[in-house]
Write a protein that binds this ligand. Structure first.
Ligand code: FES
Length: 119
C-alpha cells in the first residue's frame, strides 16, 4: 500500500492503491483548505481549486492530470497565479488518485517570485 507524507501535518499515512487524495487527507486529519475555503469549497467536484496541493515528490505515482484539472491549475480566475513556474507540480487533491509513495504539501504558499513571474 502506498505511503503519503503530508508535509505540513508532519504525518505519513498508508492508503489503499487508487485512493483519492482529498478523501484520504480528510480521513487522516490533514487540512487541505485554509480560511473560508474550509466551508466554501466544491466538495470534491473539481470546480473551486481550493484543494490544490504541491506535489514535492512522487508525481509519477499519481494518476495523469485530466484536461479539466490542467485548466484549473493554470487558468483558474482566482488561483492561477499561486505557483507560477510550478504548475506541473500542482494538483487538485480531489482529482488525484494515489498509486505509489508521494510527498504532498497542503495549502501551498503563494510564490509570487516563481522563476517565470518576472521574465
Ligand atoms: S474541492 Fe473544489 S476543486 Fe477540489
Amino acid at each position: 500500500m502506498p505511503n503519503v507524507k503530508f508535509i505540513n501535518e508532519k504525518r505519513t499515512v498508508e492508503v489503499p492503491e487508487g485512493a483519492n487524495l482529498r478523501k484520504e487527507a480528510m480521513k487522516n486529519g490533514a487540512e487541505l483548505y485554509s480560511g473560508p475555503d474550509r466551508y466554501l469549497n466544491c466538495r470534491g467536484f473539481g470546480l473551486c481549486g481550493c484543494c490544490r496541493v504541491h506535489v514535492k515528490s512522487g508525481k509519477e505515482n499519481l494518476n495523469r492530470m485530466g484536461v479539466w484539472e490542467w485548466l484549473m491549475t493554470r487558468f483558474h480566475p482566482i488561483r492561477w497565479w499561486v505557483r507560477i513556474g510550478e504548475e506541473d507540480k500542482m494538483r487538485l487533491a480531489c482529482q488525484t488518485k494515489i498509486y505509489g509513495d508521494c510527498e504532498i504539501e497542503e495549502r501551498p504558499d503563494m510564490n509570487l517570485h516563481g522563476e517565470k513571474f518576472w521574465n
